[in-house]
Structure formats: structure tokens, C-alpha cells
Design a protein around this ligand. Structure first.
Ligand code: HEC
Length: 141
């Protein structure tokens, strides 16, 4: 009986398509190798890229509240980063320019990148850039 139940289960597992990777999982395994999700002053020394909540807050200041504008700007930047496009000059100064996502994670499809950009828009909807003084402290080398 147990053997039968087991084989039925394995057949079922084979029949189901692999569950699609959720945007947050893509963020964690790709973007998350460089970006923390949240600003955390206690871990500043571990940062090799700016935290995503801060980047989202900076981006929103530039793009306004429109999802499509925000998402398009994120996608354009991560595919072809350039200093002139960056919303946070201090981040570029401190960490260097982000390498194109196609160099570090070439297997990510446009659909996956689009899903991640939309997830960032939602997840950090209320993120705020910290007050000037604190921000300078955060970015000082
Ligand atoms: C190899 C490290 C690395 C990886 C991987 C990485 N980033 Fe970055 N990213 C950076 C660094 C460093 C910066 C800050 C300097 C700059 O703006 O280029 C940055 C900046 C950004 C910005 C700010 C863009 C702007 O308009 O100024 C966004 C948004 C961003 N990354 C999103 C992502 C997303 C989404 C992913 C995953 C799909 C990702 N990053 C993966 C290193 C990385």
C-alpha cells in the first residue's frame, strides 16, 4: 500500500509542470547577491550595492507614481547601466556602476526581469529616502 501511494505521488510530481519561480525568488537568487532588500545601517560594511528600498525610493522621485514608467526605467537601467541614467550618484561613487544583468545572470528572461521590476514597484511602494544628514552618513566611505 505504501509503495503504491509512493508511486502515485511520484507520477503526480512528474505530471505537474515545475512551479514557476516567483519574482521574489528571482530577486533573492540574482539581485540579492548584491542588493539587500532593506537599508540596514548595522550592515553597511557588508553592502556591495545599495539596498533596494533606497533605490526604489530614489527611482520613484524621478519616475513619479506610474508603474509603467518605473518598470521601464528599471529594465532599461539593469540591462544597460550608465552613470548618466543612475538615480543615485552617491551609490555609483561608492559601489561602482552595476554590471549589465545580462553579464551576471544571462539566463534571466525578459519576462522574469519584468516580473522582478513589477515586484520591486509593489514591495517598496512606501519606501522613503532617509533625511539628508542620515543619508550622507550612510554613504560616507
Ligand atoms: C553584481 C552586483 C549586482 C547585481 C547582481 C544587481 N545589481 Fe543592481 N546595482 C548594483 C550596484 C553596485 C548599483 C549602484 C550603482 C549603480 O547605480 O549602477 C545598482 C543599482 C541598481 C538600481 C538603481 C538604478 C538607477 O536607476 O539608478 C536598480 C533599480 C537595480 N540595481 C536593480 C537591480 C535588479 C532588479 C537586479 C536583479 C535583476 C540587480 N540590480 C542586480 C549591483 C548589482
Amino acid at each position: 500500500m505504501r509503495v503504491l501511494a509512493f508511486s502515485l505521488l511520484s507520477m503526480l510530481a512528474l505530471a505537474l509542470p515545475a512551479a514557476a519561480e516567483q519574482p521574489e525568488e528571482i530577486f533573492d537568487r540574482a539581485c540579492g547577491t548584491c542588493h539587500f532588500k532593506q537599508r540596514d545601517p548595522a550592515r553597511r560594511d557588508e553592502m556591495i550595492a545599495p539596498p533596494m528600498d533606497m533605490m526604489a525610493a530614489h527611482l520613484r522621485q524621478v519616475t513619479g507614481p506610474e508603474r509603467a514608467v518605473f518598470v521601464a526605467r528599471v529594465l532599461d537601467f539593469i540591462k544597460a547601466p550608465a552613470e548618466a541614467k543612475a538615480v543615485d550618484a552617491m551609490a555609483v561613487q561608492r559601489f561602482g556602476l552595476m554590471p549589465p544583468i545580462g553579464d551576471t545572470f544571462p539566463e534571466l528572461t525578459d519576462g522574469q526581469l519584468n516580473a522582478v521590476a513589477n515586484w520591486i514597484f509593489d514591495r517598496f511602494a512606501t519606501a522613503q529616502v532617509p533625511p539628508q544628514g542620515q543619508q550622507r552618513g550612510r554613504m560616507a566611505p
